[in-house]
Ligand binder design. Structure first.
Ligand code: OGA
Ligand code: NI
Length: 367
């Protein structure tokens, strides 16, 4: 016992414990502690004992047979189309993006979140049209007010043109370079995925990409979830649907947090080594006239380890008109959504800020 106490009092250990006990400091200078503004009302808590394991979320090998032999969809296309219909979520392996690159990226992004808060604070803004920003998710609850999520998010464009690179951090020093390389690789992957999903709908390979349109809005969101002393009381990211076409999400290995809805129950999406999580977003649901699903998901916190995820988004630009693709509409499948510009869609999104968002529903045709 004495030995144990002695060893506990060693200065290095004390400083380590102290480091572990010091709450993460958000960029707005708030410490992340279990104070009331981070604690969810009882009926909004994640109820982790009810969450199911992720066994069933499809893991698709992009090296699977993908030959168009004129006999209908290839085995790969069939798998993708089934996953898009049933889950709206799947993981991909053998996707062509080098493992080392993903690791380098997660390392620089982690370093970013570990910068002193005053350095990250230069990216804080209330203006949602700002392209490069740090923010904290929150939800408003009646009678309680604003509850801040247990996370911090850094978002910026990812297309590899010159016009935004100068806005990205110079600290960590490798941030720009690693990001540019990652963005190039993910650009190639998006093209492949959009083509596979188009084929999964029985459409030409380039159909979805064409409909999402010229000059897509490409942005990324890095989410940092510090360890939380009691994950039952907090949420890292509230339930939401992604807004664009599809999302390519990279998550650190060994720390769970992402969950999706399937048949009314939450399922965890555990990290699979060297995989990306792919989820369909709202515009793909609308373009497919509801055949493929944009599914609700959320991120819960972890008691022992911080978690990092990075989503790459591919959105239409504001002027693009979105609506169900005509080839998918017939008497049996009447159009479920009205046409709208993506600008209208985003305006509706911001109108629902802080609330439980139901953006798609606002564009459904009544019948
Ligand atoms: C997102 C998202 C989930 C996660 O950024 O849209 O859903 O696992 N992230 O962090
Ligand atoms: Ni999401």
């Amino acid at each position: 016992m004495k030995v144990l106490i002695n060893s506990l009092l060693q200065p290095e250990l004390l400083s380590y414990l102290n480091m572990e006990m010091t709450p993460y400091q958000l960029s707005n200078n708030t410490p992340l502690t279990l104070s009331p503004n981070f604690i969810l009302p009882e009926d909004k808590r994640p109820d982790l004992s009810e969450v199911l394991p992720s066994d069933s979320i499809p893991i698709i090998d992009l090296n699977d047979r993908d030959i168009d032999d004129g006999q209908g969809p290839s085995p790969l296309v069939s798998k993708i189309s089934q996953a898009c219909e049933e889950y709206g979520f799947f993981q991909i392996i053998n996707h062509g993006v080098p493992k080392e690159l993903c690791q380098k990226l997660l390392a620089v992004v982690t370093e970013f979140f570990q910068l002193p808060p005053e350095e990250r604070a230069q990216y804080l803004t209330k203006d949602h049209s700002k392209q490069v920003k740090v923010f904290n998710y929150y939800q408003k609850y009646e009678g309680i007010g604003k509850v801040t999520m247990w996370s911090e998010t850094f978002s910026h464009p990812w297309h590899s043109t010159e016009d935004f690179a100068h806005l990205l951090p110079t600290n960590p020093p490798q941030y720009r370079e690693v990001f540019a390389e990652y963005a190039r690789a993910i650009g190639v992957l998006f093209d492949r995925l959009l083509s596979l999903i188009s084929q999964g709908l029985g459409l030409d390979k380039d159909c979805l990409k064409r409909r999402i349109g010229e000059k897509p809005g490409l942005n990324t969101q890095a989410n940092y979830y510090p360890a939380c002393p009691d994950p039952e009381l907090t949420m890292g990211m509230p339930d939401h649907n992604d807004l664009g076409s599809i999302t390519v999400l990279l998550q650190v290995e060994g720390v769970t947090g992402l969950q999706v809805i399937k048949d009314g129950k939450w399922l965890t999406v555990d990290p699979v080594p060297d995989a990306f999580v792919i989820n369909l977003a709202d515009q793909t649901q609308v373009l497919s006239n509801g055949k493929f699903k944009s599914v609700e998901h959320r991120a819960v916190t972890n008691k022992f380890l911080p978690r990092l995820s990075l989503g790459m988004f591919y959105n239409p630009n504001y002027d693009t008109v979105i609506g169900p693709i005509e080839d998918l509409i017939d008497e049996e499948h009447p159009s479920k959504y009205r046409k709208y510009s993506f600008k209208e869609y985003m305006e509706e999104f911001y109108r629902q800020q802080g609330k439980r968002r139901r953006v798609k529903e606002a564009f459904e045709l009544q019948r």
